[in-house]
Design a protein around this ligand. Sequence first.
Ligand SMILES: Nc1ncnc2c1ncn2[C@@H]1O[C@H](COP(=O)(O)OP(=O)(O)O)[C@@H](O)[C@H]1O
Ligand SMILES: [Mg+2]
Length: 323
Amino acid sequence: MSQPASSTSPTPPHPHTAPGSTTPGLPEPPALPGWEHLSSGKVRDIYAPAAGGPWAGRDVLLVVASDRISAYDHVLPTPIPDKGRVLTALSAWWLDRLAGIVPHHLVSLDVPAPVAGRAMICTRLDMHPVECVARGYLTGSGLAEYREHRTVCGLPLPEGLDEASRLPEPLFTPAAKAELGEHDENITYRRVEDMVGPAIAAQLRGITLELYSRAARIASRRGIILADTKFELGTDPEGRLTLGDEVLTPDSSRFWPAPAWQPGRPTPSFDKQYVRDWLASPASGWDRTGDQAPPPLPDDVVERTRERYLEAYRLLTGSALEL
Ligand SMILES: Nc1ncnc2c1ncn2[C@@H]1O[C@H](COP(=O)(O)OP(=O)(O)O)[C@@H](O)[C@H]1O
Ligand SMILES: [Mg+2]
C-alpha cells in the first residue's frame, strides 16, 4: 500500500489512547523512527506518527503486537516467541474476509523494519467503551451467569444448558472493559444503550452478530468451532462506525477443534490452556488469589503454547505462518 503525503496538521490527542496510560511494569516499547510511543495495553504498544515521519499529520496509529501473554488478568513475565506475529497476521487475514459488513481500521502492513510482521498501521478510532462479545456456545463467564440466574447478560435462556452447550441462537453479550488486574464485567444491552446511546448500541449488536456468523461459518469449514469472540469498534475521523483492535485471534476468541467438542465437558481451545494449567498447578508455586506477580514460565510451557498459536493460524488459514 502507498505511503501518504506528509502534511503538517496536528493530530489531536486521543481520549482512549492518551499518553501516560501505559500499564506500569511493562517492558520498554521499542523506539521506532517516524513514530512516537503513545500507550501500551496488556499486549499491544500503540504509536502515533512523529513530526517529520512518513505518516506525520495523518489520523493513523501504529499498533504493535508484542509477544506478551496475559492470564488470570496478569501480564506474565515470560513472552511467547512469535505470538505477536500470529495475532497480527491472523487479524489481517480475518479483516479481509469480513469486508463488506463494516469498515475496518487496517490501512497498511508496510511498517518499520524492527516490527515487521507484528504491526499494523490503522485508522485512529475513538473506541466505544464496550467489548462487543458474541457467543454461540455457553462457557466461561456466560456459563457462570447462566448457572446462577438462567441468563447471560440479562438475556433469559432455556433450562437444561450446560458447559459447552450450543446456544439456541448466537447472542450479543457485551462487557465493560476492566482495568488491568480486574475481570471484564458482563453488562446488559440496556447498559450499552446508556453508555453509547440506543442507535449505536443497535449497530454494535447487529454488526457483532453478523461478524460472528460469517466468521463461525468460515471456521467451521476448517473443522473449528468459534465458541465466542470479542470485537471492539470505534468511530473514525469521518464519523463512521469502524471495526478496530485485533480480530478473531486466540486471545480474543475461543476456537474449539470440532472433534473435541462434547457438551457437558470443557473443550480445550487454541489458546493459553497450558499456561493457565501450569499457573494453577502446584509446580508454579503461585497463589493467584494473592497479590504476588506470576512467576516466569518454564520452557516447555512456552514452547507448547507457541505451537498452539501457530497451529491455530495454520488450521484457520490453511497454511503455516511464514516466520
Ligand atoms: N484503531 C484504533 N484506534 C484507537 N485505539 C485502538 C485501535 N485499535 C485498537 N485500539 C485500542 O488499542 C489497545 C490495544 O492494546 P491491548 O494490548 O490489546 O490493550 P488491552 O490491554 O486494553 O486489551 C486497546 O485499548 C484498544 O481498544
Ligand atoms: Mg486487547
